[in-house]
Write a protein that binds this ligand. Structure first.
Ligand code: FES
Length: 203
């Protein structure tokens, strides 16, 4: 009897103007990529809420991808910079919950970059497939982990979390440095209480 290969469930939040169109053009161009991705189209990655990736993982996804326009090419000026800040906060929550960081990716592809989109999704799917179902690479009970993610997602929608993240976002925008490590350090500094509240389910 052949053992069936684990196929991850991946949810993608794609910007209408770039990544979604890149996915479309990849389809029209008959490029092949893994069928594991399910897509939610948003007008801009700036619409990303910290609760979205957390809720997705809590609800059964093994990996979450956020795809938008290249930096400097957002159709709403700076939505993707805001998405980077939100992603930084999500990474902190995932780290605190012991979720493998490889399960969450934010990246860019322009409307003309169908092949690039295909490469990103192929590589990400391979990585999440290697990690296994949520909980496996974490060494945690999947149901318990999903419950904790759900609690964090609910709290991330609350006023306390939004206010905390806004403070960090202002500091990051002022500094103008969007390197992941710089965003992480400001979020650690400005959002310590917010993170605690989100992890405890406080809103
Ligand atoms: S319009 Fe694509 S990221 Fe903003």
């Amino acid at each position: 009897m052949t053992e069936s290969r684990f196929e991850p469930r991946i949810l993608g939040f794609l910007c209408n103007w770039c990544c979604y169109t890149a996915a479309d053009s990849a389809g029209v161009g008959r490029y092949q990529y893994p069928p594991n991705l399910r897509v939610i189209r948003m007008m801009c990655t700036g619409r990303l809420d910290a609760s979205f990736p957390l809720e997705a993982l809590a609800s059964g996804a093994d990996g979450v991808f956020v795809g938008g326009c290249h930096l400097g090419e957002c159709h709403y000026q700076d939505g993707n910079y805001h998405a980077l800040i939100t992603a930084g906060f999500v990474r902190k929550v995932l780290e605190s919950l012991g979720v493998d960081q490889g399960r969450f990716l934010i990246d860019w592809a322009s409307a003309a970059e169908g092949p690039r989109f295909v490469q990103i999704i192929t590589d990400f799917t391979s990585l999440v497939r290697e990690l296994g179902p949520l909980g496996a690479s974490e060494g945690q009970d999947a149901d318990a982990l999903r419950n904790r993610l759900k609690t964090a997602a609910d709290a991330a929608r609350g006023l306390k979390a939004r206010t905390g993240l806004l403070k960090a976002a202002k500091a990051i925008v002022k500094q103008g440095d969007y390197k992941p490590e710089s965003i992480a350090s400001i979020i650690t500094e400005k959002c310590a209480k917010t993170l605690d509240a989100v992890l405890a389910g406080g809103s």
